[in-house]
Design a protein around this ligand. Structure first.
Ligand SMILES: Cc1cc2nc3c(=O)[nH]c(=O)nc-3n(C[C@H](O)[C@H](O)[C@H](O)COP(=O)(O)OP(=O)(O)OC[C@H]3O[C@@H](n4cnc5c(N)ncnc54)[C@H](O)[C@@H]3O)c2cc1C
Length: 264
């Protein structure tokens, strides 16, 4: 968890916008304080407009950090994300962050990192793979989508893809691809899975890993308001250590959680 002294609320200039498909745009935001404190898995909460609507900020994973800038990868799904995807280069937005906890990349329980993502869930993986590469930890990306046009692999290294319709890579879902990789390329290794994507995918992945005692961390999403534990808008039910369901605030206890907490 980021200490509150390192969380900044800054007016960040949008220095670059790159559409990377019909409905996904990468925005580069100038915010040196946030870039300096960011860890893979953290997110930022962005006020997408100066107007009163949308009132609440919108949360986005930190996709990349470069010098004093961060990138966010935004999928256009509604009012707030449309405003952000259409934002002009040179304009500014208020950015609060970095928020939440981060992926656990300390070694000990693994020697190979398997980064499993689906759809816009690939957003945090670039920052994560750069950290792993810096630590000398071998990693592989497993990226899933319905079809090849849904795959967001831009910038990622060492990618294996899976599509439901077989239009690119392995035909099947990304959990089936993981199973294949564990029997082939990653056989004999001590893997750890880091994942982000739609909840049904993450649930299936959590169960798959729990059954095989593979350490697994998931970055979850929920509807979120303040991002700092005040509004109680991001309550989710997760397993506790005794296997009982408990209600937690995702912005405080997440967004990264241990996979066993998501197996119910
Ligand atoms: C910790 C965290 C990290 C996230 N990282 C990213 C990211 O890197 N890139 C990205 O594109 N999106 C990310 N999201 C999701 C993103 O915040 C939502 O898509 C966004 O808030 C929707 O805003 P909107 O105003 O465009 O949509 P709205 O007009 O508010 O809603 C449009 C549709 O999107 C759904 N929706 C709203 N909020 C969410 C949500 N949090 N998750 C899923 N569906 C939602 C609504 O139910 C509705 O169906 C993240 C969410 C969280 C909690």
């Amino acid at each position: 968890m980021i200490p509150s002294s390192k969380i900044a609320d800054v007016k960040a200039k949008i220095t670059e916008t790159r559409p990377i498909g019909a409905d996904v745009t990468i925005l580069t935001l100038e915010c040196p304080e946030i870039a300096a404190a960011a860890r893979p898995g953290n997110f930022v909460n962005i006020k997408v407009s100066d107007a009163s609507h949308p009132l609440l900020r919108r949360p986005f994973c930190i996709h990349n950090v470069s010098g004093g800038t961060i990138d966010v990868m935004v999928k256009n799904v509604g009012k707030g994300t449309t405003l952000l995807c259409d934002a002009a280069c040179g304009s500014s937005v208020m950015v609060l962050g970095p928020l939440g906890n981060s992926f656990g990349t300390g070694t000990g329980d693994f020697d190979t990192a398997l980064l499993v993502s689906g759809g816009i869930g690939t957003a945090p993986m670039l920052f994560l793979e750069k950290k792993l590469a810096g630590q000398g930890i071998p990693f592989m990306n497993l990226v899933g989508g319905r079809s090849r046009t849904d795959l967001l692999t831009r910038g990622l290294s060492n990618c294996n893809t899976a599509t439901d319709d077989g239009s690119e890579g392995f035909q099947g879902n990304v959990v089936e691809l993981l199973s294949r990789i564990l029997e082939t390329t990653a056989a004999g290794r001590r893997p750890k899975v880091f994942a982000c994507g739609p909840n049904p995918m993450l649930k299936a992945l959590a169960k798959f890993c729990a059954k095989r005692a593979i350490p697994c961390e998931l970055s979850l999403e929920s509807v979120m308001g303040c991002g700092i534990g005040i509004c109680y808008g991001c309550m989710v039910e997760l397993n506790n250590a005794d296997g009982q369901l408990e209600t937690v605030l995702l912005c405080k206890e997440g967004p990264v959680i241990d996979g066993f907490r998501f197996t119910a």
